[in-house]
Design a protein around this ligand. Sequence first.
Ligand SMILES: NC(=O)c1ccc[n+]([C@@H]2O[C@H](COP(=O)([O-])OP(=O)(O)OC[C@H]3O[C@@H](n4cnc5c(N)ncnc54)[C@H](OP(=O)(O)O)[C@@H]3O)[C@@H](O)[C@H]2O)c1
Length: 312
Amino acid sequence: MQYRNLGRSGLQVSVVGLGCNNFGGRLEIDQTRAVVDKALDLGINLFDTADVYGGAGKSEEQLGEVLKGRRDQVVLATKFASPMGDGPMKRGASRRYIVQAVEDSLRRLQTDYIDLYQIHRPDASTPIEETLRALDDLVHAGKVRYIGSSNFTGWQVVESHYLAEKHNLEPFVSAQNEYNLLDRRIERELVPACDKYGVGILPFFPLASGFLTGKYRQGEEPPQGARLSGGPMAGRVLNEGNFATLGRLENFAKERGHTILELAIGWLASQPHVPSVIAGATKPEQVEANVAAAEWTLTPEELAEADTISKH
Ligand SMILES: NC(=O)c1ccc[n+]([C@@H]2O[C@H](COP(=O)([O-])OP(=O)(O)OC[C@H]3O[C@@H](n4cnc5c(N)ncnc54)[C@H](OP(=O)(O)O)[C@@H]3O)[C@@H](O)[C@H]2O)c1
């Protein structure tokens, strides 16, 4: 396993991380344990969850349970700000809410510190200075080691960086945003902003929810129980345009002796601004395949060609 610095921080994270949003919702605790055990065996150290995953804290609870006695081996990343209940008091990025949310996450995760605490989404009703000051206090109190953003735009990353510098506050070291071979919107504004300020990009939906593994075939029923066998994401991803791009990408990978999964993960891992590819998994075999996939480092020529194909 290769380890890289998370942005400009000294924190080393595995180039393949584990997305934990299946835990607690789609996976029972024994299934979660099997996935986590395999990840640790293979040298994955970055585990990305959120308070909302699995339905109100269930992913954090399962992760806390299965990591018992192994907490020191992992970089634990979680998030706050998404709605954890009805009304304005159980969401957002105000000082009042953050101070409560961190205690709730620490309790569910059965730990006394979070390695990377991320704001899940921008909160338009809270000044970002207030959020940054509250997060800075958590770092100084020893409850949080590093802070990151998620779903921010380029200008929001720049604004946060500028205010952190101006007021001598902890800066965001990472930005978690949707990024894969089918969705490259962040390359326009967010990537240049993160490059400029040394913020590491953690791509979410790196496999487009499993579509970029090639297991969904046009005109065929999705595999039973698979993520895109139903629900709103299926409608968003399983369409003609995406199947056409998938076909081109599969040919490109095959001509070079690789699979589409290896291309999806290898392409992201070959981007200099990506420290870790946090793919989700429901089975240990998937974790194994995802770790192996990162071994393909694309040459500059291969990257340029893959860029052209995926942009069609
Ligand atoms: N910040 C945000 O707003 C945000 C939003 C979404 C996600 N995230 C984070 O990003 C992480 C990754 O995203 P994601 O898990 O939603 O999507 P993803 O990584 O694109 O896809 C994960 C799904 O792909 C399938 N899969 C994975 N490896 C496979 C393999 N080797 N072979 C076949 N199928 C495979 C599994 O689906 P099956 O169920 O079909 O087995 C798995 O649940 C999340 O876990 C979460 O931590 C963050």
